[in-house]
Ligand binder design. Sequence first.
Ligand SMILES: [Zn+2]
Ligand SMILES: [Zn+2]
Length: 480
Amino acid sequence: MLNADKEGLISFIDGHASWFEEIADQIWEYAELSLKEHASAALYCEKLRELGFTVTEKLGGIDTAFCGSYGSGKPVIGILGEYDALSGLSQKAGACTHDPLVPGGSGQGCGHNLLGAGSLAAAAAVKAYLDKSGKPGTVIFFGCPGEEGGAGKAFLAREGLWKKLDAAISWHPGDANQVTTGSNTSSIQVLYKFSGVPAHAAGDPFNGRSALDAVELMNVGVQFLREHMTPDCRIHYAITDAGGVSPNVVQAKAAVLYMVRANKVAEAVKLLARVDDIAKGASLMTGTSYERVFIDGTAELVPNYTIEKALYANMRAIELPVYTQEDLALAEALKATYQSSGVDAIKGAREDAAIRKRCMELTDGGNKPINDFLAPMYSSETSSPGSTDVGDVSWLTPTSQIEATCWPAGVPGHSWQIVACGKSAMAHKGMLYAAKVLASTAIDLLTDEQLLTAAKAEFSERTASGYVCPIELDAVPTAI
Ligand SMILES: [Zn+2]
Ligand SMILES: [Zn+2]
């Protein structure tokens, strides 16, 4: 059952639905890459001021980070928003075959246009509640840049920013309605730029020192490291500069970008030190020098079952989106273009046989075009692949998230199909549903002292080992 305050915020969100949808659509149009989200950040700051929030720009010295604060005193509840896009994923809205809007351009392939606008809608609804009730408490909408690369929230964590919150909540668009639970992996990226001496590869190679050789030897060294790291660890790399396309030149410049992952951030930091040693070894072997450029890093998520339960209660109480024939037709058409992952995006269905069985029933055996139901409550500590800088927030304040259906069932992540339906009615409905759930949960956290106390006690227990910030002290946010 929803109380009058929650009924009020639902009416507020429904009453302003098109205003928030237009923001989401505009951010979809901007499709700005990580740490370059200037137009997106400017739009949010403008809208926050229009709503009556006090805006702080360039949060933590990051150009496209900002926050909008409203209210006074404690508790202080943070609502996280993102807005960055992905390169190479431009796609026409509503087009059900791969058809880039801008060939080679970027696109909202992770739905961050919806993520940011949905979180803003939640924050605006909480403000409306604070105005009406006259209750103490502060709501802060955080504009977090560079989720796909750059780890804005982790850089802000290095500054201790999240510590001032009593709790943080967020959401992510997905193909199912579920509480986000469990942990994920910590991930750190470092670019190694080798410099050698150029030479004619046939005439005087003995005078040359090859940076490309250094990159190759570094990669070989890391291949041998793989046997001697724990099974949760992953090391990925991309040669970002091979020096050139002429084999008859001793390449004087070459660079390789490494991504080191482990289930625990402290382990990822230690593994990175071993990769650093290999870079040093490759440089010694080849007589080259190298520059090490720290790019970004994220810690693993710390779950908070207490807030997860509160989120789920609101997900249950709030009416789920209802889909039209048009919504279903778009989802069907997109679903025909990919191999569906079935119910695997639902964590409970991956890990619990009974939940899997229930989800299979709810999806007509995985055949429904849209997952229009709420997945059963499920909390877990297991680590999923992938990383997010929400992890760094979760080490400094109790943090939980939900996922809301915005896309067709079983859609691949970071895909043109996600961009294609990023402005659809289906996506907007999921966004507004998420906003209502977040705002309702924020009200719970503002008014239910026992809930917040329990969330904090759980947080203290889970973070007793202390936060190891993966962002190095002298690092600056770097767009690759
Ligand atoms: Zn993503
Ligand atoms: Zn994302």
